[in-house]
Write a protein that binds this ligand. Structure first.
Ligand SMILES: [Zn+2]
Length: 409
């Protein structure tokens, strides 16, 4: 294989420029779909592109490794642009006045304003209330990152357009991730919010705010996102468990793709709280593929849907409950174990559906009894298998299918 390289590349940069994630196939060796082949309708197997940080790129399906060379050049070009803009915007001040100025400049620039409105499906009012800004000198968008305590930790910077599309991520100002407790960022500032909605990023956070405003619910929800990326959301939530526990519902809304599903699972498993989820793959009444909250917001507008689909689709996350109460998993099959449910979880547990759940590689029958003889609500679980099958949960939850599967074993 004739690799091509003209610089130094990190796997993050490569995946972002290529548009597809790569798999690690060996020491310093990655492989996955070639973005250029895919754009031409090829590479259905998704293994044309080879990447090695020291050797560079190789696409096995084109003449003279043209795709490998193009990708390398594209990353080098964007590194250059990034560096130039970075040097300029890094001097951007983070105080409230600067927010206001950037925001005023965006509202004055018709062309740049329209682009954001169209891209996220939001109104001027939302742009104003979320302080979305524009730096006219560098022609970049400035999205403020505000920690829970109100401190401004920096800006996420987006360009109006690049080869990947409109309103695309460019960089973030330095130092925003230095303090782990300041990574969790708030989009709005309601006085007494009932619920927390955790979004995958700033853009989705703005779309969520605009959505809730249409139902006059923007003050019932504290919209949150991690300034350090969707994949690290669990990490950003960790220092704020007490703060989060005060909400009636904490709703996870990550992207409807593999990285998004992994991020959601990490939150459900690692943070010791009961969560709700807004699964964008299982929305009431929508059959079309929706990848993120922005997609959903725009879809709802385009189809003139007036019902509150979002609130109708919020579901309790069984995994986040099982994590709290299935402490003893080294138990015999068919031996019921009963545990008391903490008073603070009782209201939520009313919605827990009895049934078979996969958990840590085994199936359990789980049920909640709110009126047990002992007084407090109790959760009973019975281990039903020492394996799980790689089938969708709807099939597994069907007791009939489950019995058949057991008989075969
Ligand atoms: Zn290719």
């Amino acid at each position: 294989m004739n690799y091509y390289s003209n610089g130094e590349f990190t796997i993050d940069e490569v995946e972002r420029a290529n548009g597809y994630p790569l798999k690690k196939t060996g020491t310093n060796q990655y492989q996955g779909p070639c973005g250029y082949c895919r754009a031409e309708g090829g590479d259905t197997k998704g293994d044309n592109l080879h990447f090695n940080p020291t050797k560079g790129f190789f696409c096995g399906a084109c003449v003279d490794n043209e795709h490998g060379k193009r990708l390398a050049q594209e990353i080098v070009d964007s590194q250059k642009v990034k560096k130039e803009i970075y040097q300029k915007v890094n001097n951007a001040k983070y105080d409230k006045n600067n927010f206001k100025n950037y925001n005023a400049d965006l509202l004055k620039n018709k062309d740049r304003l329209e682009l954001v409105k169209e891209n996220i499906g939001i109104t001027n009012e939302t742009i104003k209330e979320c302080s979305i800004g524009y730096d006219k000198e560098n022609d970049v968008y400035m999205l403020p990152m505000t920690a829970l305590d109100g401190t401004i930790t920096g800006y996420e910077i987006r360009v109006p357009e690049n080869n990947k599309g409109k309103f695309k991520f460019l960089t973030k100002t330095k130092g925003y991730a230095d303090a782990p407790e300041k990574c969790l960022s708030k989009i709005n500032n309601p006085k007494n919010p009932k619920n927390a909605l955790i979004c995958a990023g700033y853009k989705d956070g703005y779309a969520a705010y605009d959505y809730l405003k249409k139902f006059n619910l923007q003050d019932s929800y504290q919209i949150l996102t991690n300034s350090n990326g969707e994949g690290n959301t669990a990490k950003a939530l960790k220092p704020h468990i007490e703060y989060l526990s005060k909400f009636e519902k904490i709703i996870i809304c990550m992207d409807n793709d593999i990285p998004g599903k992994k991020a959601a699972q990490k939150i459900e498993q690692e943070i010791p709280l009961v969560f709700h989820t807004l699964n964008l793959g299982k929305l009431n009444g929508i059959r079309c593929y929706i990848n993120d909250f922005t997609d959903l917001h725009k879809y709802i507008q385009e189809h003139g849907i007036s019902e509150n689909i979002v609130e109708d689709s919020i579901k309790l996350s069984p995994n986040s409950i099982l994590k709290l109460y299935l402490r003893r998993t080294n138990i015999k099959l068919d031996m019921p174990i009963t545990v008391d449910v903490k008073p603070e979880h009782k209201a939520i547990m009313e919605f827990f559906e009895r049934g078979i759940y996969p958990y840590k590689g085994c199936y359990y029958y789980v049920k909640y009894d709110p009126n047990s003889d002992a007084g407090p609500g109790q959760l009973t679980f019975v281990k039903k298998s020492n394996f799980t099958l790689n089938v969708t949960k709807t099939v597994v939850l069907n007791t009939y299918s489950f019995e058949i599967i057991r008989n075969i074993n």
